[in-house]
Ligand binder design. Structure first.
Ligand code: F6R
Length: 250
């Protein structure tokens, strides 16, 4: 586990963007999966800037979605697809043929999962995964207690996820379940970056990653401790309890 702590969110986001730019330079046809949500938005801005300055080129890359709210698709403000379109895909001109996204409105979600698994398998495996962390430790919509052996699946949302979801939607959306890549995809990805910022993430970051903790599916993010190529990028506020706990050794 590589832990990177920066004084502020912008610098932590720049670290994540730097790792992504390095990846695309080393392997221009990389398969990425990038979280939506609030956390990666600064990273996306930095990537867009890098493309505009000719420092990065995603034209040959492919993108698998990480997750989507069941019942929503890219036409809904606040959906994962809409967020990715507005903050990254459309701004850097990623072609639709290079994007495989979960359609949360599909009448056959089992098929959506199977198609996603085939897409990823057909491309080898995910080269680089950018994740956020939920206040309950979820990754994508791999909620506490998830079976770590799953690939793509549909899941009932944890009460905390439903509560937090309110911030994404105006007008409000009643979300009850999600469709997501599974922890097997996460653990099989060649490189995983988890970005977290803000003091509201400090407690879950400590629970998931402090020195004496053991990985458990009750805190899905903690399983990343066993990933061979994992970067935890934090700002000082999100890292605060982790640093204190690790330093104290309790
Ligand atoms: C979003 C996603 C979620 C978020 C997590 C943190 O696509 O997969 O797991 O990364 O809930 O959300 P924010 O960044 O809004 O705090």
């Amino acid at each position: 586990m590589n832990i990177h702590v920066y004084p502020n969110d912008l610098e932590a986001s720049a670290k994540a963007a730097g790792l992504i730019i390095e990846q695309v330079r080393n392997k221009p046809d990389s398969l990425f999966s990038l979280a939506a949500g609030s956390t990666p938005l600064k990273t996306f801005s930095l990537l867009v800037e890098a493309v505009r300055q000719g420092k990065a080129d995603f034209d040959q890359c492919r993108f698998a979605s990480l997750d989507e709210w069941v019942g929503l698709d890219g036409s809904v403000q606040g959906s994962c697809r809409q967020t990715m379109n507005d903050h990254f895909f459309r701004l850097v001109g990623i072609l639709d043929k290079n994007i495989r996204f979960f359609d949360g409105k599909s009448e056959d979600l089992t098929r959506e999962c199977a198609d996603m698994d085939s897409f990823i398998e057909g491309n080898g495996r995910i080269d680089m995964l950018l994740l956020g962390i939920g206040l309950n430790g979820h990754l994508g919509f791999n909620e506490p207690g998830v079976n770590p052996d799953l690939y793509s699946h549909v899941t009932e949302l944890d009460p905390i996820t439903k509560q937090v979801s309110v911030k994404y939607f105006d007008p409000p959306q009643a979300v009850a379940s999600g469709i997501t890549l599974g922890l097997r995809h996460v653990m099989e990805a060649r490189t995983v970056i988890l970005l977290a910022s803000g003091s509201h993430k400090a407690e879950i970051v400590r629970s998931a990653f402090h020195d004496q903790g053991s990985p458990t599916e009750r805190i899905p993010a903690s399983l990343l401790r066993e990933h061979p190529n994992f970067h935890l990028c934090l700002d000082q506020s999100a890292a605060e309890q982790l640093i204190t706990t690790n330093a104290k050794g309790d």
